[in-house]
Structure formats: structure tokens, C-alpha cells
Design a protein around this ligand. Sequence first.
Ligand code: SF4
Length: 275
Amino acid sequence: MMQPALELVIAELEKIRETSDRAPRVSRNALEQLQSTYSLAVSLPGTAEPHEDRQEAHVSPTRRQLRESSANRVQMLASVRERVCGCTKCAHLARSRTQTVFGVGNPDAEIMFIGEAPGSDEDQQGEPFVGRAGQLLTKIIKAMGFSREDVYIANILKCRPNMPAGSFGNRAPTPAEMQTCRPYLIEQIDIIQPKVLVALGAVAVEGLLGARGTMRELRGRWHSYNGMPLMITYHPAYLLRNQSPSEKRKVWEDMMQVLERLEKPISEKQRNYFL
Ligand code: SF4
């Protein structure tokens, strides 16, 4: 019974699309719930379709499109990743990097976190936000009720900014380096189409919007990038340097705005973090 019900909903949506000037709007949550309800139904004894090909015949164009678009995203990201892997546009960075650091997470993510550039740990491991600041970001993501696998995380720069021989630490990317690498991030955003972007720190904002500003004036309110809601908050490295509950609370308030925008429930306990 579950499949005909799902088909009815989808048929109705298709009818709206065909007869209206505006495409039907359905929240991703609602679609996911419908899809998971159907998956559950076919996995229950006695409710499964007898043959896979029969199931395939019942798959509506809309649902097939959804499934294919997800597979397409994986494929399209893989193709950008391949170009990034071989990229030598910044010869000095291509020479000094251990590897490129493309991005990680769910190609269908609702939230995309954007940082500035890989540091030493990321350069070694090939994954963004894995050092101390990254571990703090992972904690923030978990406090929001997600896992790293649910969201997408990327940097403006895909190579670690080089350091003078014998020096330690990381340096911020230059505006020229960010401008050179930015198109790859734009491709990632275009493919993933997250519902909300979160820029971490003023350098990431500069890389994304090309505008300089202080975090005091930028954070805590909604901005827009290509029509997508953009929340700006402190880079987790800032919180490692300023561990006062009031600074943590600022970031948490920004993240609660993100949850509200995504219409995610916020518990009383969550509301009171760092108060
Ligand atoms: S930073 Fe970006 S543009 Fe520069 S070499 Fe690395 S991948 Fe290419």
C-alpha cells in the first residue's frame, strides 16, 4: 500500500509542475521522509515487491530523477576532484603540498561549511578540518544534531599555503591564491546546492564574497551568496584561542539560527548551551 500512496503524492506533484507556472516546492525533509517510509515498507516482510525489475517499472520519473541527481552529484564532484588533484595553477603551492584537500561529506548536504585553507594536518591527511580546529568543528556539528557525514565541509583553497623553509604553523591564504582556487569551491556549491552555507571566519568570507569585514560586523546575521542563505561565524580556531563561554555562545547562537532556518527542532538543552 505504501508505494501507491507515494506514487499518488509524486503524481500530484508532477501534475502541479505541468499545470502551474511555478515548480512545486517540497522540502527535502518531506521527500526524505517519504522515501524512507517507502524503503521501510519494502523491507517489511510481505510488503516487498516480488521482483526488482517490477519495482524499477514502478519508479516514477520524479523519484528516478531524485535518485539520479544524487548519483550525478557524486559523479560531478568526483570529476571536479580529479581536476583539483592535478591542478598546478598556483605553482608554488602545487610544489609544496603533500596532496590537495578537496572536501568531505554528503553530496546532498543541507549545510555546507566553508573554511579558508588546509593546514598541516589537513595537508597530511587529505581531509579538511581534521586538526584541533577541525575536531572542534566536528563537536559543533554534533551539538547541532548532525554528523560530519551529514554535512559537507570544504575550504576556499585546496592546497595548504606554503611556509618558509624551517618555519612552523600555518599561514592564511592570500587574496590572489583564493581568487585562483575559488572556482573549484563555486563548482562544489553549485553541485551540492546546500540549503545553507556557513562561512567560518573573515578569510573564508573574503574568499567567498570578495569582501573584507570584521567578524564583529559580519557574524550572527544572514547574508546571501548567489541567492543561498549564508551564515557567517567565527572560525573554530578563534574559539581555541578565546575559550570564554561568551564567545562559544556567539558561535552557538549562529548555529541555532542555521537550525531554525532548516526548520530543525532545537531542544531546551540545546538552547541553553554556554549560558
Ligand atoms: S590552491 Fe587551488 S588553484 Fe592553487 S594549485 Fe591548489 S588546487 Fe590549484
